[in-house]
Design a protein around this ligand. Structure first.
Ligand code: T1G
Length: 717
């Protein structure tokens, strides 16, 4: 019997327990162990029913994605074909009850649907998230789920990739019963009960009542494809999964399964799956930090102080309260504090409105946020996060103040998005306790947090900040202390290049459309308007101080700033805004760009979509290579995670560095050399990029080679 699956008989019930931590994935040995146990149960005279359950924190969270990764790269056989196992469960002469806690995802839910009954603990979750990996269910889920929950509900689960809760699963007919208390004992009792009922214990494949007919489903399938195009823009798998559902409606079960397998094989051979599987593991690898082992002590955080009740401060306060942490929220004047609290309540009310929170939970969280105008109580805080205006002398003043009142082991964090952490830390007597925790706006929504290591930041402080990010359900990525850290440092040349493109002949909407069609959530000019051109103007003034004589600098932004066109907040920027949010092309701006270019003697021409994409992305990739080469990011994959979780870069392209590998570094390098010849020094190739091209290497290979240094073991990703 496989070590990963245990079989025991308890009061006439054969209990099959999967034990493959951390998430009971269907790694080699697990399907085999379950199959063997089903055989034992079927033959066991003393066994009248079967319970399949997972040990540890969850039921089976799907196929082993490591195996899928091997298959996607043509390096291995990939995930096992579970057809025989599923058939042996469904055809088992004894009723099979699947007991679910934690998550039943992908192959885990498919396993459960082959059972005759599904019971679950109240907080169990079930889902088919395969499209998040660029594939579709490959273990007959696309045929069984529509039979259990109906075609429309199945399509929504497949296309959204989102898990549903236990009570919703019961409502849809996916789960048969919720078991309060001891799930194992409850499942064994349930199994004995159904065995005594004598059945019939219907096979899911035979439940066709909810399938309807191709005619009755035509509109549902079309609506599903429309929804897939809307919420999964440019993606392939969300459309392919609907083809598999169409087969479930039109074909007998076995033929539908064959169709499903054809589709999943094709998806796995595609770039989308390789990129999304990379993104999955990249997001999990960020928590592994060079030189900081899992054993490194972290400070426990029960109470936090937040300084500044502006957009960032209030968002950070909400995130902390959402994690059950008491927050002392300090502001300098009552009006600003009241505005901050009002936006906190407004944000929570919208969550209640969307049924993401109950009114009671909202009040509980708001009660955790204590507004004040003094530092009273800050002496007891475990962490203090400064989120005041982005000005160095103000931040140093604040750090000088908290240095005098904070307790010895209090972590002092700054939410600065561009300023020098070491200079801020220098304003205290304890620079080793200072770290950057850079949230992204709106902080209660955006998943990304850049944890910025200062030259003197202590390992325990880094480990505490990384652990806190995870506790706040954020993706915490460790970055070095350089100007703009990683995300914004790559954003600056990207923004600059976009502005040069409009001076040379494109329009803001042409550039944004090209980026949008490429898959980026929002074009760079619309992003600039959302963030505020006054912020862009300040950064530009800062940048201009660093320029050498003769260096080209964007010309139009300052004119928009002088015209008080600061973006959404003033109703006009690169675009005009009638409803405050929807960008409308503005001929006035396009005329201003033309005049400005003429006055500067810049020749204008028609610029292709391809050139727009190349210049905007290659300049980012080049800067990313510099950041990696200088050691301000641990992995190219970390940069990918930053751009996917914080800057709207499409996950199905794997992030900017992975995308570079798919295009081919030598092709990108050649293009950068051309831009260098044409546009000058801004396009000087990064030394690391040159080295990788010379050595015919990729960023993925660079990461693999470095992984040993980061985690002490090769290839943890
Ligand atoms: N395979 C391999 N490793 C996995 C894994 C999986 N399915 N799921 C998680 N891990 C690893 C992960 O890399 C990390 O490793 C550790 O477990 C903890 O994960 C046939 C083909 C279950 C909700 O898409 O969504 O089934 O970094 O940090 O935040 O049709 O993991 O510690 O070394 O994410 O508590 C479908 C993927 C597969 C679910 C838990 N299943 N997993 O979240 O922990 S395709 C999925 C998750 C499939 C079938 C098809 C989450 C989680 P390390 P974690 P978490």
């Amino acid at each position: 019997m496989s070590e990963l699956v245990k079989f025991s008989v308890e009061s006439g019930v054969g209990v099959i327990t999967v034990e493959n931590p951390p998430v009971n994935a269907l790694s080699p040995g697990v399907p085999e162990g379950i199959a063997e146990s089903i055989g034992q149960a079927a033959d066991g005279a003393s066994v009248r029913a079967v319970v399949l359950i997972g040990a540890g924190r969850t039921f089976v969270a799907g196929a082993d994605i490591k195996q899928l990764e091997e298959q996607a790269h043509g390096r291995g056989p990939g995930a096992p074909n579970l057809h025989q196992l599923l058939k042996s469960i469904e055809d088992c002469p004894k009723p099979v009850v699947v007991a679910i806690h934690g998550t039943a995802l992908g192959g885990g839910l498919e396993l459960a649907m082959a059972g005759h009954y599904r019971v679950a603990s109240p907080d169990a979750q079930a889902g088919q998230p395969e499209v998040n990996l660029g594939i579709i269910p490959g273990a007959e889920g696309s045929q069984r789920l529509p039979r259990l929950v109906g075609v429309a509900a199945a399509i929504e689960m497949f296309v959204s990739g989102k898990a549903i809760g236990a009570s919703e699963a019961v409502r849809l007919g996916l789960f048969d019963k919720i078991i309060e208390g001891d799930l194992r004992a409850g499942a064994v009792a349930f199994a004995r009960h159904v065995a005594e009922s004598g059945g019939p214990h219907r096979r899911t494949r035979d439940k066709t009542e909810k399938l309807g007919s191709p005619e009755s489903n035509a509109a549902i399938l079309d609506a599903g494809r429309e929804r897939a195009r809307k919420i999964r823009r440019n993606m392939i798998a969300p459309l392919r999964v609907i083809d598999a559902v169409e087969a479930a409606v039109a074909l007998p079960f076995e033929e539908g399964c064959r169709r499903e397998r054809e589709i999943v094989e094709k998806c796995l051979a595609g770039e989308e799956a390789r990129a999304l599987i990379h993104a999955f593991f990249a997001e999990r690898a960020v928590s592994k930090v060079r030189g900081i082992s899992k054993e490194t002590r972290t400070h426990s955080i029960r109470m936090a102080g937040v300084i500044g009740a502006g957009t960032m401060g209030t968002g950070i306060a909400m995130v902390l309260a959402n994690a059950g942490i008491t927050v002392l929220l300090k502001e300098t004047d009552q009006a600003a504090l009241d505005r901050g609290l009002a936006s906190v309540r407004k944000n929570y009310e919208s969550a209640v409105h969307k049924a993401r929170l109950t009114a009671h939970e909202m009040e509980e969280r708001i009660a955790l946020i204590q507004p004040q105008l003094t530092y009273s109580g800050f002496g007891g805080a475990d962490i203090i996060i400064e989120a005041v205006f982005e000005n160095m002398s103000l931040k140093k003043q604040v750090f000088g103040e908290i240095d005098k009142i904070a307790k010895g082991d209090c972590v002092l964090a700054t939410n600065t998005s561009t300023l020098d952490i070491d200079e801020i830390a220098g304003a205290t007597s304890r620079p080793h306790m200072v770290v950057g925790i850079h949230f992204f706006s709106p902080a209660h929504v955006m998943r990304l947090v850049e944890v910025v290591r200062g030259a003197r930041t202590d390992k325990e402080v880094i480990a505490t900040a990384m652990a806190l990010a995870k506790r706040l359900r954020k993706v915490g990525v460790l970055v070095g202390n350089c100007r703009g850290f990683v995300g914004n440092r790559m954003m600056l040349p990207y923004m600059r290049e976009a502005q040069f493109l409009v001076e040379e002949g494109s329009t803001p909407s042409q550039v944004d459309q090209a980026l949008y069609d490429f898959g980026i959530a929002m074009g760079i000019f619309a992003v600039d308007d959302m963030g505020g051109l006054d912020l862009g103007w300040r950064v530009l003034q800062d940048t201009k101080r660093l320029l050498k004589p003769g260096d080209r600098t964007p010309l139009v932004l300052e004119k928009l700033y002088d015209a008080h066109r600061w973006g959404q907040k003033t109703g006009a920027g690169w675009y005009r805004y009638e409803d405050g949010r929807t960008p409308i092309r503005d001929p006035e701006v396009e005329a201003l760009i033309e005049t400005t270019a003429e006055q500067a003697g810049i020749a204008r021409r028609s610029i292709s979509k391809e050139e727009i994409i190349e210049r905007c992305l290659y300049v980012m990739i080049n800067e990313g290579s510099r950041i990696l080469g200088e050691g301000f990011a641990q992995r190219a994959a970390d940069i990918d995670t930053i751009y996917i979780t914080g800057y709207g870069f499409p996950a199905y392209r794997g992030g900017p560095m992975w995308y570079a590998d798919t295009v081919g570094l030598s092709k990108i390098y050649e293009r950068i050399l051309e831009f260098h010849r044409e546009h000058g020094e801004y396009w000087t190739p990064a030394p690391l990029l040159e080295r990788l091209v010379r050595d015919r290497q990729t960023f993925a290979a660079f990461d693999a080679a470095n992984e040993q240094a980061v985690t002490g073991s090769p290839e943890s990703q």
